[in-house]
Write a protein of this length. Structure first.
Lengths: 81, 235
């Protein structure tokens, strides 16, 4: 079983890296791009013996306490078999 | 009085901090390994600059989970002095000992140069030897010094006099041009409500001798030594 954790900056927080990527895309000729936000992606391999609910609980705890700085970031967890 | 300088894998200003305490403050100082958990016998802990754990995950994040930081939390709760410089400031924010967070510099560059900072509050253990409004020339060297916090935190920082240093020009004026990293309200250093924990992005330990271009950092360490002496006298 695998937990996929997506960490993104809160909408209220400016993302200078996303902005720089946006500018580069524009200079490469990509059009109609309204915004780019950069985030982080983690894959956590979990023992299949744990049920999905238990795995989700563990991944949520890890995401909240370690992978995210709650002052500036949000997270989202997906569990895949 | 005794100082401890914490050493994480990737710390690189630990020897500078040690040098300043032993040479310019003239007090005993030890290196404290990040796996140590006993801080008894120390009056002040310095968390030095560098790239602890390679800045992996977020600057200061992995260091904040190391065994010594639990001891530092207890140490701070006892009212003892904790001084974080650069990466040390990032670590203190990540542990929650200081409010807010330090993000990537607004222009994305690693900035390494002397900047001017203005002393905003002289009623702290770290600034008693300075005059209010005094402009110090202190070097910075970081890519994640862009201080952010929410409005409520900002209001409480202002109300409690927790903003200790702000980036300014050579005349002490605040401006966006004098702000090297986009920090909210030009914030260069803050303390906790009790004022025993401070964090700052500029490196006062690199500005303690004329040959390095400035000795403006010395008064910060002198203030701390004075505060420790005063605390010892109260016991």
């Amino acid at each position: 079983m695998k937990a996929k954790v997506y960490v993104t900056l809160k909408p209220s927080v400016l993302d200078p890296q996303g902005k720089a990527i946006h500018h580069s895309l524009e200079s490469l000729g990509y059009r109609d791009i309204l915004d780019v936000r950069q985030g982080k992606y983690f894959e956590i391999a979990l023992d299949d013996a744990a049920g999905e609910a238990e795995a989700r609980e563990a991944a949520e705890k890890i995401a909240k306490e370690v992978l995210t700085n709650p002052i500036i970031e949000d997270y989202r967890v997906e569990i895949v078999q | 009085m005794k100082f401890g300088v914490i050493v994480f894998p990737g710390s690189n200003c630990d020897h500078d901090a040690y040098h300043v305490v032993s040479k310019h403050i003239g007090q005993p100082v030890d290196f404290v390994w990040h796996k140590d958990t006993d801080l008894s016998g120390y009056d002040a802990i310095l968390i030095p600059g560098g790239f602890s754990y390679g800045d992996y995950l977020r600057a200061g994040a992995l260091a904040s989970f190391s065994p010594v930081m639990n001891a530092v939390k207890d140490f701070a709760a006892d009212g003892k002095f904790v001084f974080g410089i650069c990466n040390g400031f990032q670590i203190l924010c990540e542990t929650g000992l200081l409010p807010g967070a330090l993000m990537r510099n607004a222009d994305l560059h690693f900035v390494c140069k002397h900047v001017n900072i203005r002393t905003e509050n002289t009623n702290t253990p770290y600034t008693s030897e300075l005059e209010k409004g005094k402009v110090l020339s202190i070097p910075i060297a970081h890519a994640e010094g862009n201080y952010v916090c929410d409005e409520e935190t900002m209001n409480s920082l202002e109300e409690n006099g927790q903003i200790v240093f702000r980036y300014c020009d050579e005349n002490g004026e605040l401006s966006p041009e004098a702000n090297p990293n986009g920090a909210l309200s030009n914030i260069a250093g803050i303390c906790n409500v009790d004022q025993n924990v401070i964090g700052m992005m500029p490196h006062p330990e690199r500005a303690c001798e004329e040959v390095l271009g400035s000795n403006d950092g010395r008064d910060i360490f002198r203030s701390l030594a004075k505060a420790i002496t005063a605390a010892e006298a109260r016991v």
